[in-house]
Design a protein around this ligand. Structure first.
Ligand SMILES: *Cc1c(COP(=O)(O)O)cnc(C)c1O
Length: 406
């Protein structure tokens, strides 16, 4: 095991077994070269326009702003991207890079299934073979996303080891990659993992922030704060990217407060509950117990219950450039309902955490001062959770009918 560079303060690095060093070195070289290759950048940009639907709109949420009486709330509608969330920006970037490297096969891990769906879609479009590792517990819980991945022709590979969830799927994907890297690229889904993944995922997601910057300048917005939800951290770091080196605006990350502060009930790593550690190839803040075991987490949104956070955000949290706040399950649902009623927009449950935090922060400002919320995804995918939470009886009646008539 050797420690490489590519740190953000003390966080990050490349803490991997010998047999993964070669593939990571090769990936790093190709990634760095590609980022200064104008043909590659044009291909990414064209793919974004034609297939993903970029640029996504920046909406002035006028009704919401008036109802709250504070600053002007803007929403970056990233959920209008193809497949419904920001994850496709990274999946597309890495898959196009992999193709350029001569790879013919993509593997990925997925927990809730959103990253698996984005990866499978992009592979279908680009003609790449695709295997998605997924814990068998997660496969049971996330049937709709498994269905979509299979529609896109991906092989969803069940992982039966350990707790049969995301971390076991990651281990399995790493094992695959160590022996197949000649033809295979491992497509990590958030801004974490061993270097160069945190840099690479941030760069491919920075299109979100760049569009916000351009649009903000075009409309002469006086942007005071930007708010994003933080699971692994990819939508947040991409949204923040063009602003990190400046002193303003305020950058705010919303973590899952879940059901409360007790261990196992939340997924808040940056508000005093996470501890520094080295897990799955990188150093960052994680939720683990006194024996070094990852603890269970909870969030109403499946995409925010990851026990770790990308190393750059961990670093920016300790320097204070990014502020972190917690939003609990109930507040997220409340925000979901508020934006649906006032703006006709259904946030993904993950993004609703940013929505809730954004509403709070906007109340600290006045009209003419802008707070921008990143709606990382749209909420169609959550209907099994939100309909159960908000209209339980009618929803169960519907499900029973469906089963009875099946
Ligand atoms: C996966 C997901 C997230 C969390 O992942 P990040 O890497 O933190 O962005 C947030 N929102 C949506 C809609 C997601 O699908």
């Amino acid at each position: 095991m050797e420690v490489y560079n590519d740190y953000f303060g003390q966080f990050g690095g490349r803490y991997v077994a010998e047999n993964l060093r070669g593939p990571l070195d090769q990936l790093e070289i190709h990634f760095r070269n590609a980022m200064s290759d104008s043909d590659f950048l044009k291909e990414i940009s064209d793919f974004g326009k034609e297939y993903i639907g970029r640029p996504t709109p920046l909406l002035f949420a006028e009704n919401a702003s008036r109802a709250m009486g504070g600053g002007d709330i803007y929403i970056k509608l990233e959920g209008l991207a193809n497949t419904g969330a920001h994850k496709i920006n990274n999946a597309a970037g890495q898959a196009i890079l992999a193709k350029k490297m001569g790879k013919t096969r993509i593997i990925a891990e997925t927990g809730a299934g959103q990253h698996g769906v984005a990866t499978a879609a992009v592979c279908a479009r680009l003609g790449l073979k695709c295997r998605i590792y997924m814990g068998s517990e997660d496969i049971k819980r996330q049937r709709p996303n498994v269905f979509l991945m299979e529609m896109f022709g991906a092989e969803v590979f069940p992982v039966d080891s350990g707790s049969r969830t995301l971390k076991d799927a990651v281990n399995e994907a790493l094992r695959d990659w160590a022996s197949t890297s000649d033809e295979t690229h491992y497509l990590i889904g958030s801004a974490l993992g061993p270097s160069p993944y945190p840099d690479m995922v941030r760069e491919f997601q920075s299109v979100i922030g760049k569009e916000v910057l351009m649009e903000g300048e075009k409309r002469s917005l006086n942007v005071k704060a930007m708010v994003a939800c933080v699971g692994g951290g990819s939508n947040a770091i991409g949204f923040f990217e063009p602003f990190i080196e400046n002193e303003t605006p305020r950058l705010i990350g919303a973590e899952a407060g879940g059901l409360g502060p007790e261990e196992g009930k939340h997924a808040a790593r940056m508000t005093g509950k996470g501890k520094t550690g080295i897990i799955q190839g990188y150093k960052s803040k994680f939720l683990y117990d006194k024996d070094g075991q990852i603890v269970k987490t909870h969030s109403i949104s499946a995409g925010l219950d990851y026990p770790g956070i990308g190393p750059q955000l961990a670093y920016l949290g300790t320097t204070g450039r990014v502020e972190f706040t917690e939003v609990n399950d109930e507040e997220a649902l409340e925000a979901l309902r508020f934006f649906a009623l006032n703006e006709g927009i259904i946030f993904a449950l993950e993004s609703a955490h940013a929505g809730a935090a954004g509403l709070k922060i906007a109340s600290e400002y006045s009209p003419g001062e802008a707070v921008i919320i990143n709606m990382s995804g749209r909420g169609d995918k959550d209907i099994f959770i939100t309909a159960k939470a908000l209209q339980k009886d009618k929803w169960f009646e519907f499900l029973n009918e469906e089963t009875a008539n099946g």
